[in-house]
Design a protein around this ligand. Structure first.
Ligand SMILES: Cc1cc2nc3c(=O)[nH]c(=O)nc-3n(C[C@H](O)[C@H](O)[C@H](O)COP(=O)(O)OP(=O)(O)OC[C@H]3O[C@@H](n4cnc5c(N)ncnc54)[C@H](O)[C@@H]3O)c2cc1C
Length: 402
């Protein structure tokens, strides 16, 4: 059996794991990342496509809003080419009664999310297909983002800084030493899922960045982590019917965001607690709900041809939470298993958003430095990934190249 030795072993090749590998490699750590399929195989490759301004969460989940607006600004610098500057509207439809819009505006101000109320006529001039019965419109710095490109660019930046990335390598066991009270995770047994070959990776610290599977991975060391898997379904329509991200101005709910992504528009999403992140079905009612809700934003939307429906699972986490997945915080969570469970050598990073993956990585590697007894400042907020010289993505990008 082949043996490797590293300082940090990262489990999971989604946005979070790639971000941790990049951050840690830049800080001079020896890093190995293992992903059981391709990079972005998990939720990162099945998301809605929105670089959040944080406005969606200002009323319900201000901690997440603050994290989002901070990272929204950073990613525009570090991952410029992965982001299209669409801007975002929060619109009040006839169904959205009450004082939410005023609370929303005040909460944006409190969380530091730039938000300007604009005239409905101006919004309709810019987005002529919007529901003409909307009564108020707020403009925020939402954007569309390509998570595939961003994760691959982040992984490439990590490789250039010295990280090793093994795709199609699945962690099948965590290595532990010690007994009750002084247990330590010292690495992992990994299977190459293409060849069946097994290898052992010894590590000073193991970082569990396996998203909705984080509970399963922690379970390999008999540690209980109750990730709350919230499934969301999205539909891609065959037209880019809007050029701006359109959100309903109300408490987050189903089917209330429409995102222009390259030549299509994506309406989403639902939020349903599921038992198993592995086996997801798109239900007929979910498709109908997306079309019905989308119709309230853009009348006629439901007559567009649906190209594709897909679903992903949010890796949500809130200690002791019992309710609906919709109500779980979207803020990031770092679990230090030495402190929490008396098992050294393992950190779990979960929760958060795609938008906050860099901050999740920074938080994790700060803790890794502390545990490994070194002081090395984070560099990712000021270090661009390969490709940013292309500038922000825009629709004519490819045409210009040919
Ligand atoms: C429907 C939906 C819409 C969303 N829309 C947005 C949005 O518009 N904007 C936004 O900012 N956020 C959005 N999110 C949230 C965002 O997508 C996630 O928070 C983020 O992608 C999670 O990334 P991750 O790397 O933590 O997890 P993942 O991307 O799931 O990565 C975990 C990886 O670990 C791997 N893995 C699991 N077990 C093992 C093992 N044993 N060995 C090796 N590898 C393993 C998996 O294959 C997977 O690739 C959305 C989420 C959902 C569900």
């Amino acid at each position: 059996m082949t043996h490797f030795t590293t300082e940090l072993l990262i489990i999971g090749g989604g946005s979070t794991g790639a971000g941790v590998a990049w951050d840690a490699a830049l800080r001079g750590f020896k890093v190995i990342l293992v992903e059981r399929r391709d990079l972005t195989h998990g939720t990162t490759g099945r998301y809605h496509g929105l670089l959040h301004s944080g406005a969606r969460y200002v009323v319900k989940d201000p901690q997440s809003a603050v994290e989002c607006i901070h990272e929204n600004r950073v990613l525009r610098r570090t991952h410029t080419h992965c982001i299209e500057e669409t801007g975002g509207f929060f619109v009040v439809t006839p169904e959205d009664e009450g004082d939410y819009p005023d609370r929303f505006k005040a909460a944006c101000d409190q969380c530091g999310v730039p938000c300007t109320e604009i005239a409905v006529a101006e919004a309709l001039r810019r987005e002529p297909l919007l529901n003409p019965r909307i009564s108020r419109v707020f403009e925020v710095p939402d954007a569309a983002a390509d998570s595939f490109l961003a994760t691959h660019a982040t992984a490439e930046a990590a490789r250039r800084a010295g990280a090793q990335i093994f795709v199609y390598h699945e962690v099948i066991d965590l290595l532990t030493t010690g007994g009750e009270g002084d247990r330590r995770v010292t690495g992992a047994r990994v299977r190459n899922v293409a060849s069946g070959e097994e290898l052992v990776i010894h590590a000073d610290l193991v970082i569990n960045a396996s998203g909705a599977w984080a509970g399963k991975v922690a379970g390999l060391a008999s540690i209980s982590v109750n990730v709350i898997p919230g499934k969301g379904t999205m539909l891609a329509l065959n037209h880019r019917i809007v050029n701006t991200v359109i959100n309903r101005c109300k408490m987050p709910a189903d089917g209330d965001i429409l995102v222009p992504i390259q030549t299509v528009a994506v309406i989403g999403t639902t939020d349903e607690r599921v038992a198993d992140p592995e086996h997801l079905r798109i239900e007929r009612w979910e498709v109908q709900l997306m079309l019905d809700e989308g119709e309230k934003l853009v009348p006629g939307l439901s007559r567009a041809r649906v190209l594709r429906a897909w679903a992903g699972v949010r890796p949500l986490y809130q200690e002791g939470f019992q309710g609906e997945s919709r109500d779980v915080t979207r803020a990031l969570t770092l679990l230090d298993h030495r402190q929490r469970d008396g098992v050294a050598g393992l950190l779990t990073i979960t929760g958060g958003k795609w938008t906050t993956f860099r901050l999740m990585a920074e938080t994790t590697v700060d803790k890794a430095c502390e545990q490994l007894g070194v002081k090395r400042p984070c560099q990712t907020a000021e270090t661009p990934v390969p490709g940013i010289e292309q500038g922000h993505f825009w629709l004519g990008h490819r045409l210009r190249q040919v």
